[in-house]
Design a protein around this ligand. Sequence first.
Ligand SMILES: [Zn+2]
Length: 398
Amino acid sequence: MRTALVNIGRIVSGDWQQPVATGDCIVCDGGAIVHVGSADKAALAGCDVVIDATGTTAIPGLIDSHVHITFGDYTPRQRTVGFLESYLHGGVTTAISASEVHVPGRPKDPAGVKALAVAAHKCFLTYRPGGMRVHAGAVILEPGLTRADLAEIREQGVWLAKAGFGAFPTPYDYQETIAWARELGMITLVHTGGSSIPGSSGIWADHLLRLRPHVSFHTNGGPIAMPDADYPRLVNESDMALQVCTAGNLRTTLLCAQLLTEANAFGRLLVATDTPTGSGIMPLGMLYTISHLASLGGIAPELAIAAATGNNARVYGLNSGVIAPGRDADVILIDACAGGSTNDACAALANGDIAAVGAVVSDGVPRFVGRSRNTPQTTRTVVVAENRVMHDFAAPAH
Ligand SMILES: [Zn+2]
């Protein structure tokens, strides 16, 4: 399928080092972006669908790197069906599992955690709720897991390893298992802050600096923050990515952003939600945290968007998250919400508003065009200008 977006007001690239791309047109073909620039005849030739962005802002589909999926589009924690599809209406085109810890009665023995990770990983290989790509199957590191165990599930495709909920006596005891996972090419993730569920203990800078994971999960607290004095240590004594989550401490989110900016290491800031969880289901959580960074944290909106897209993609090794030829065709159109005091998406975010989502294209396929089910209306109305496939891309009336 070939899909073009034309009359784009502004293209925010998702690349924090070059956050704006020139042009007013993006063309996607077969799941990849093939053209970013002006809407010339050659680029538009043979398009199945042409979306008129009517001056709205194009950004990469948001990547939520902390979602507690289980199986199917269902969360047992909040007993809700269809939450992932709702996140897609909040502009999230990629969800990365933060471990299937919410599976009722989840196993805790080595054979059980291995089976859970492999099953979750394989269940979401081709299942895309609402069009979202879900990277599932984050093995929960438990005592007794051997290097051979990790090698076996790595062979089965599992590439995420999560520390923090295991029955180790102290957080330091994860060290060997995390090192094995790293050696095997897995992305390693460590819970940070106070305990989020009974049985998990607090994990602070001392632990993280010893464990050396790729990502400090919800560095701002999940939901309880570590001491302020620990933040500069993580920024300056390590190169790990610091993930900030909507369902956490807002003040320390802003502290992380400030410290990473001062260290010229903004690429290490990852925006995520840590939902569904006790704090609920937040289809617009990514947009809220972007807005918090842009309005309270002094971060340019284009950079806050990069933290929610390209930064996540780089740390997790994904081909999405950046608008450039050859990258995955996950593009969303956003705008100032109708009736607000600002005129475009970035101004709205800097004002502390969320942005309205006007269209979502994932894997090159328009998932809806016009109005999101979850955000207010866009100021400008995004429309399908040309359509050669038998499908109505407007979101269902509501
Ligand atoms: Zn979590």
